[in-house]
Write a protein that binds this ligand. Structure first.
Ligand code: B12
Length: 233
């Protein structure tokens, strides 16, 4: 690759990804958005900027917070770097799914007691790219709200996110709400988020666990296909 005259700030892909990780650690949202734009300009795929840049930084922030090396204000500043970057990345990711045939309807939200939104929103964006109509209920969502939205929209997929061990039981509560209304068999309930595991999925009798947002989308596509084949979709 030749050098471009007059563009002092040429960075390699690896430098951009490392710069993004560092921007989160430095709580520098301006550097974050600049590097995201630069990365997109030079053709780095948006999900790579997230997975190999921003997410690596936020994982270190989580560990530092747990070790009490940093506190809530720093956690919030680091999250801001991620959130500002996502404002640029989300439309770019969505554009890659334009014109897709409608595949199904999904209702997603972060469960009661939990305000973490980044991973859940990424899941929603990737579902849209795959052709799903997505109803994102936001964070701290009461179980009854999931039922209400599912009945209103006819969604086949329900996606629950929890980022804290203390809010994971709220996922079970949502399933109990569906069971109590006799709606459980009609919907595929998927779960995800940092502390959630396959074993927890089995324990609370959810239908599927997605380790990453993209895994979740692949599973949602599979389930909608199966539900259609069984005449339930
Ligand atoms: C950013 C962050 C925040 C931000 C959130 C901003 C926002 N708008 O989301 C703010 C500052 C608000 C915050 C607040 C708090 N936080 Co916080 N936070 C984090 C941090 C550092 C990163 C989370 C994140 O966004 N990761 C990046 C995304 C992309 O990853 P992800 O969410 O895991 O999502 C991926 C997958 O899991 C998956 N996915 C996610 N959801 C779903 C759903 C489905 C259906 C599927 C298929 C897939 C899927 O897709 C994503 C990409 O592939 C984590 C540390 C960590 N390691 O997770 C702590 C962490 C989750 N927070 C923690 C804590 C303690 C708190 C607070 C209680 C702090 C306080 N003292 O007030 C509050 C919580 C308040 C509340 N009631 O919810 C703890 C939780 C500990 C526990 N009990 O389990 C953690 C683990 C930090 C730690 N190590 O101690 N936090």
């Amino acid at each position: 690759m030749g050098s471009r005259c007059g563009e002092g700030n040429l960075l390699t892909d690896a430098e951009i990804l490392e710069g993004l990780r560092q921007a989160v650690l430095d709580y520098d949202h301006e550097a974050g958005t600049r590097l995201v734009r630069q990365g997109l300009d030079q053709g780095i795929p948006p999900l790579r900027l997230i997975d190999e840049g921003l997410s690596r930084g936020i994982a270190v922030i989580g560990a530092k917070f747990q070790a009490m090396e940093i506190f809530l204000p720093e956690l919030m500043m680091a999250a801001k770097v991620f959130l500002e970057a996502m404002k640029i990345l989300e439309p770019v990711i969505l554009a890659s799914g334009q014109g897709k045939q409608k595949r199904g309807v999904a209702v997603i939200g972060t469960v009661k007691g939990d305000v973490h939104s980044i991973g859940k929103d990424l899941f929603g964006t990737l579902l849209k790219v795959a052709g799903f109509e997505v109803h994102n209920l936001g964070v701290n969502v009461h179980p009854g709200k999931f039922i209400e939205k599912v009945e209103e929209t006819g969604a086949q997929i329900v996606g629950l996110s929890a980022l804290m061990t203390t809010t994971m039981p709220s996922m079970r509560e949502v399933i109990e709400f569906f069971e109590a209304r006799g709606l459980r068999e009609k919907h595929t309930i998927m779960i995800g988020g940092g502390p959630v595991t396959e074993a927890y999925c089995r324990k609370i009798t959810a239908d599927a666990y997605g380790e990453t947002a993209q895994d979740g989308v692949d599973l949602a596509i599979k389930f909608v296909g199966q539900m259609r084949a069984a005449g339930r979709g």
